[in-house]
Design a binder for this molecule. Structure first.
Ligand code: F6R
Length: 608
C-alpha cells in the first residue's frame, strides 16, 4: 500500500520526506519519489526499488527547499518503474496519490483530447493534469484541487504542490486514510501516523471529503467548500505501535483491514448491467472454454476450492482444483477448451509458477490471480489470459488473512465475468451477484464487530491440544483454512474435514478433550451439519459453533456459539473466515507465540 508524506516548515523537506517515508516502509512499496519546491521552481527525484535508491539520487542531485511531497508506491496501475513512480507532474503542478481512481481511463481520454500529454501508465497522472487544467483556467490552487476531486470517482488521498504557491500545499481524502499533523511552525500530512511522530504528537484524522490547505503556520480544513473544525488528538503511540495502527500485531490489523481491502478489490470492477471490468484479464479469451483448472498452494488452494464452487454454480463451467506441487508432475491431457489459472498472493511461489510455466509451454491458456503487480506469475500470464490483481495491499503477517478473502472475492468477480462472457448468466443474475458483492464490506464490518467475543474464548480454546474443523459445501474450504490458521500460528494440531466425512473415520478421535469447530451455514446443508454436531455431542466432544444470526437456538448443542451476519450463500466463505482468523489469532496471542512470524514459515515460498 502506498505511503504519502507532505511537509512545509523550516527544515530540509527532502530529508523530512525520506525519513517519513522510511517509517512507512512496512506497508510495502516498489518505487519512491519526492517533489520539492525550491527557489528555482518545482523539481522531483524518483527511483525504482527501495528508498536507498531515492536517497542516492538525492545525494547526487540534491533538492533544497522547505516544502515538498513524497511517496512510496505499491504498483496498481502500470509497472513498478521510475516513470510510474510518484510524484506525477503536469506543468507547475505535482501530485502524490494513494488509492484507485476508477474513472481514470475516461478522464485521461478527455484530458488528452484537450492536449494533455501523459508520460506514465498510472491512474494518478490524471489528477495532476486535472489540477493543471483548472489552474490554466485561472482558478487558484485550492479551487483547482477542489474542482479536480469533483471529477474523481474511486478512492484517494492526495497531496498537491504548485510552483506558483511556495507557501502552501493542498491535500484531500476520500475513502483512503490521511492525517494532518500540527507542529511548531511546520505542518505535515501523511497516510499513516509513524511518518509524523518525529515532528509532533498533535494530529487530526481527516474525514472523507475533507480538503486541507496547509501552510507553515496553520492548516485550514474544508468540507463541501466550508471551513470546518476537526478535533485535534494527541497520540502517545510509539513508532512501532503506530505502524501496527495501534493493534498488537500486524495480523490483527490485517484482519480488521479486510472490509477496506475487499472494497479495493471491488473498486472499478462492478459495472452497470452486470458487467465485470477486470482491467488486466482478457475475459473474451475465455470464449470456447470447457474446463478450468485452478492451481495453487496452502491458503490460496483453499480460495481455489471456494472459487470452484463459484465458477461452477455461477458460470456453469467445470472446474478442477489442484495443488501446484502435485500438478506440475502429473501427466495432463489438455484439449482446446482448457484454461489454467494460478492463484498466488505473493505471485512468487515456486510450485505455482512452475505448474503454470509448464502448461503455458504446452500452448494452454494461463491466467493468474495475485496480489503483487509484476510478480513472476503475473508476468508469466500477462501475454496469455492476463492477471486479476486482488488489491489487498501488502500483507505483513505471515499467516494470510486479507490476501485470502480478496482472492475469494476476485474469484467471485471472475465467475460473474465468465458467466456473462459465455452467456451462461443473465444480466439480472449477474446484477444480483454484483449487488451482493457491493454489500460485502459492510457485512464484513458487522461480522468483525460481532466476532470480537472470540477474544474471550481464547483461555477456553487454548486448553486443547487437538482440533477438528468441520464444514460442508462452500464452508468446507473455510474449515480447512480455519484449521490451517490455528496450526500455523498457535502450533495446536488441527484438521479440517468435510462434515459428512466425520463418520467415516475422524469421529473415532472424539472425547471430552477433543473439540470441534463446526461451521453451520444458513443453507440447504444446515440440517445435515447440525446432525453431525449432535453425533459429536453424543460422544462428549466440546463444540464451538459458528452460525448465522437467527440460529441462536444452536446454543443448546454448543459449548460456545459465535454468530455472524446472515448473508447470501455465496458470500458465506468470506464472512465465516473472519471468526476463524480471530480464533487462531487470539489463541496464539493467549499462548504467547510469535503471531506475525510463526516458526519455520516464510511469507513467500520460492523453493520447491
Ligand atoms: C498460509 C499461507 C500459505 C500460502 C502458500 C501459498 O497462511 O499464507 O499457505 O497461502 O504458501 O502462497 P502464495 O499464495 O503466495 O502462492
Amino acid at each position: 500500500m502506498c505511503g504519502i508524506v507532505g511537509y512545509i516548515g523550516a527544515q530540509d523537506a527532502s530529508e523530512v520526506l525520506v525519513e517519513g517515508l522510511k517509517t512507512l516502509e512496512y506497508r510495502g512499496y516498489d518505487s519512491a519519489g519526492v517533489a520539492i519546491l525550491a527557489e528555482g521552481g518545482l523539481d522531483r527525484r524518483r527511483a525504482e526499488g527501495k528508498l536507498r535508491n531515492l536517497s542516492k539520487r538525492l545525494k547526487e542531485a540534491p533538492l533544497a527547499g522547505t516544502l515538498g511531497i513524497g511517496h512510496t508506491r505499491w504498483a496498481t496501475h502500470g509497472k513498478p518503474n521510475e516513470t510510474n513512480a510518484h510524484p506525477h507532474r503536469a506543468g507547475g503542478v505535482a501530485v502524490v496519490h494513494n488509492g484507485i481512481i476508477e474513472n481514470y481511463a475516461a478522464l485521461r481520454q478527455e484530458l488528452q483530447a484537450d492536449g494533455a500529454v501523459f508520460t506514465s501508465e498510472t491512474d494518478t497522472e490524471v489528477v495532476a493534469h486535472l489540477v493543471s487544467h483548472f489552474r490554466a483556467q485561472g482558478l487558484d490552487l485550492q479551487a483547482s484541487v477542489a474542482a479536480s476531486i469533483e471529477r474523481l470517482e474511486g478512492a484517494y488521498a492526495i497531496a498537491v504542490v504548485d510552483e506558483a504557491y511556495p507557501d502552501e500545499f493542498i491535500a484531500a481524502r476520500e475513502s483512503s486514510p490521511l492525517i494532518l499533523a500540527l507542529g511548531d511552525d511546520e505542518n505535515l500530512v501523511a497516510s499513516d501516523l509513524p511518518a509524523v511522530l518525529a515532528h509532533t504528537r498533535k494530529v487530526v484524522f481527516l474525514q472523507d471529503g475533507d480538503l486541507v490547505r496547509v501552510t507553515r503556520g496553520e492548516a485550514q480544513i474544508f468540507a463541501e467548500g466550508a471551513l470546518v473544525e476537526r478535533p485535534v488528538k494527541r497520540v502517545d503511540w510509539s513508532p512501532a505501535a503506530a505502524q501496527k495502527g495501534g493493534y498488537k500485531h500486524f495480523m490483527l490489523k490485517e484482519i480488521f483491514e479486510q472490509p477496506r481491502a475487499v472494497t479495493d478489490t471491488l473498486t472499478g470492477r462492478l459495472g452497470r448491467g452486470g458487467e465485470v471490468h477486470l482491467e488486466h484479464f482478457d475475459l473474451e479469451a475465455l470464449k470456447g472454454i470447457q474446463h478450468i483448472s485452478l492451481v495453487a498452494c496452502g491458503t490460496s488452494w483453499h480460495a481455489a476450492l471456494v472459487g470452484r464452487d463459484l465458477i461452477e454454480s455461477i458460470a456453469g463451467i467445470p472446474v478442477s482444483v489442484e495443488y501446484a506441487h502435485e500438478y506440475r508432475y502429473r501427466r495432463h491431457i489438455f484439449g482446446p477448451g482448457d484454461a489454467v489459472i494460478g492463484i498466488s498472493q505473493s505471485g512468487e511461489t515456486a510450485d505455482t509458477l512452475a505448474a503454470l510455466g509448464e502448461v503455458k509451454a504446452r500452448g494452454v491458456r494461463v491466467g493468474a490471480i495475485t496480489n503483487v503487480m509484476e510478480s513472476a506469475v503475473a508476468r508469466l500470464s500477462g501475454d496469455s489470459l492476463g492477471v486479476i490483481y486482488t488489491h489487498a495491499g501488502p500483507e505483513i503477517g505471515v499467516a494470510s488473512t486479507k490476501a485470502f478473502t480478496t482472492q475469494m472475492v476476485s474469484l467471485h468477480l471472475l465467475a460473474v465475468g465468465i458467466g456473462r462472457t459465455l452467456g451462461t448468466l443473465t444480466v439480472e443474475e449477474a446484477t444480483a451477484e454484483l449487488e451482493a458483492l457491493r454489500h460485502l464490506p459492510h457485512w464484513m464490518e458487522q461480522a468483525l464487530e460481532g466476532a470480537s467475543q472470540v477474544a474471550e474464548l481464547a483461555p477456553w480454546a487454548s486448553e486443547f491440544d487437538n482440533y477438528l474443523f468441520l464444514g460442508r459445501g462452500n464452508l468446507f474450504p473455510v474449515a480447512l483454512e480455519g484449521a490451517l490458521k490455528l496450526k500455523e500460528i498457535s502450533y495446536i494440531h488441527a484438521e479440517g474435514y468435510a462434515a459428512g466425512e466425520m463418520k467415516h473415520g475422524p469421529i473415532a478421535l472424539i472425547t471430552e478433550h477433543f473439540p470441534t469447530v463446526a461451521l453451520v451455514g444458513s443453507d440447504d446443508l444446515k440440517a445435515k451439519v447440525v446432525s453431525n454436531i449432535e453425533e459429536l455431542k453424543a460422544r462428549g466432544g466440546p463444540v464451538l459453533i459458528v452460525a448465522s444470526e437467527g440460529d441462536e437456538d444452536l446454543a443448546r448443542i454448543a459449548d460456545q456459539l459465535v454468530l455472524v451476519p446472515e448473508v447470501p450463500e455465496r458470500l458465506q466463505p468470506v464472512i465465516y473466515s473472519l471468526p476463524m482468523q480471530l480464533l487462531a489469532y487470539h489463541v496464539a496471542d493467549f499462548l504467547g507465540t510469535d503471531v506475525d512470524q510463526p516458526r519455520n514459515l516464510a511469507k513467500s515460498v520460492t523453493v520447491e
